[in-house]
Design a protein around this ligand. Sequence first.
Ligand code: SF4
Length: 374
Amino acid sequence: MSNLYFHYPFCKQACHYCNFHFSTNQKEVDQLEEGMLKELDLRLTELKTPLESIYFGGGSPSLLSADKLSNLIHQSKAKFSFHDGIEITLEVNPDDVSKSYLKDVKEAGVNRLSLGVQSFYEKDLKLMNRAHSVDQALQSMEWVSSVFSNFSVDLIYGMPNSTLKEWETNLNQALKFNPPHISTYALTVEEKTALYYQVEKGEVFLLIEEDVKAQYDFLVKRLEALNFINYEFSNFGKKDFFSINNQNYWNGKPYLGIGPSAHSYDGASTRTWNVSNNHKYVAALKKGFLDNETERLSKKDQYNEYVMIGLRKIEGLSKEHVEKTFGKTYAAYLESQVSRHLEERNLFWDGDFLKITPKAKFLSDGLAADLFKI
Ligand code: SF4
């Protein structure tokens, strides 16, 4: 099965923590939308299996009208075969939606929404420079939950000056709307973002790691008690509501990324990514070619990625898979690296699968790095 991803690279304003590719200058919107359709045509042969998921991300794809979304879905259907029960997700910002817009995008074929609330505190939204208010967050939650049964809410924990109590209140606000899926991310400071310079200048003070971990641990406990399954480090879903797009991505299925900065993967060892510049992207497509780069992943790269993603997933990582895919040397290396973490009870074997213990969950990326082949 394959996945199709559309990266819509426009936003109303720049969130201070964001390092995704987007532009607040809407000058080339029309040319860019034409470019995305041209790119689809150019890359028809790259996906050989039916589509199991289409994901509209960005940027802010909720700036696209329902008619334009309908056209992109229609064009995709004309060019690729759709698997039964295909998941079509649209990322939406609270300030972009109305109840009628949500009904229209549902009519256009979108069957899953991902709502970028991030926080229900005005002070957090201001600090992040989000374009929406708390009232808009609450209103959009109400509309989304009344129009869609399959939807996810994004929340950010570890906000500067936040307390565990505030995080609990934030989570409870979201839970009032019975979301079947919640994605949560720790606030991270990426280089060259406004937040990075604010932290550098001492204008914003980050929480210490212990406090961030306490918020994450609380989150896992609270959501698991409500029958959410923490199927990946940052993702919690009720049974039958795990994101197909995310799971396919983590399970190494092929995906085709359309739009500036979008990444594609052939499901084996080749990854490509489009230029992260709207003007260059459009200019190349006008001349009939795609401005992109290609990377061939070595066996070592593939092993490291498998380990990194595996430790974040509920299934863990399979020693048999490591041996079959990468060879006996890699399997032996994995065993040797794991022993210390077994003793410290950070990791454990569940049959063939290496998994992370609840107490070490928050440390999964660091633990994975210990198992990497350098
Ligand atoms: S809306 Fe999303 S993509 Fe746009 S700046 Fe904010 S976080 Fe980044």
